[in-house]
Design a binder for this molecule. Sequence first.
Ligand code: ZN
Ligand code: ZN
Length: 343
Amino acid sequence: MRAVRLPALGAPALELVDVPMPEPGPGQARIAVTGAGLCGTDLHILHGDYSSRPPVTLGHEVAGRVDAVGEGVDPAWIGALVAPETAFGTCGLCRWCRTGRPMLCAERLSIGSGVDGGFAEAVIVPARLLHRLPDWLDDHAAALMEPLACCCNSLSDPAVIDAGDRVLVLGAGPVGLLAAQVARAAGASVVLGGTSADEERLAIARTMALDTLVVDTPGGVTTLEAWEAARDVDVVIECAGVGAAVATALRVVRPGGSHIQMGLLSGDVSIPFGLVVTKEIRVRAGFGSAPASWWRAVDLVAARAVDLVPLVSVVLPLRDWPVAFDRMASRTGLKSVLDPRMA
Ligand SMILES: [Zn+2]
Ligand SMILES: [Zn+2]
């Protein structure tokens, strides 16, 4: 089968190669991939600033249909539209594994970095990682279940948003649009903030009836200052992953409010962290997803409280992986999904 792989640490590019079709071992299932989303983490893996174990097939945002199961796995899985949790291998014994937070296990190997992922015609995962998706769900958009589960991990378990809260989401990428929908589903009134470079993305958010704000225009700056003075933004969710947005979040959130850090920051950033003390800001973060957040993500999609379809901007064959990476680097559109069934 064809797979897009990182051949070695420090390799200048990924490679589209032929590898043997993998067979599921005991307790495992094979997913025939219908969609695999490209994410900023994949860019970090390629550049060597997110740990990986090459040679390895990338892709941790995966959806597809189970087409084979190993010994001990219920054959009823075969044919089901599924998305897998990503923590393929964990110690199973440490306090984080035993309390349902496998992403924090020191021995974790995740699909798409530590073991082969979904930028391939098929991927093998332990069957305990599978989540059955509604059969009506678009099998490309289903690749967004993983980032949605990450949002649920940061926002829902435990809940950081109350009904009626005023929530500002900073960052108009796929995670921002998912976090905004999860916050809205929790009963908050939500504004999604992006920069003028995000206009195309903010326009998509408006088609989903989300209010938007362009934060780097004079009008946007004035609005943020007015909100800060009114002290009525209860929660700010930082999804941009840049220091300037973290700083804005800490300034705008009301005293006693919550700052939720979802963006992955590269390197050290300069932020007014003293405000956490003087405003008694509660700071919370989530890293990746947890099993509980997957059940919640599936429930939100099944209830049609979160719509994944508008976030898919382009669907590409595996050989066009460089196009997807270019779109990511230039912040063109929202999610690029690779469909290995395409020639
Ligand atoms: Zn990701
Ligand atoms: Zn562990």
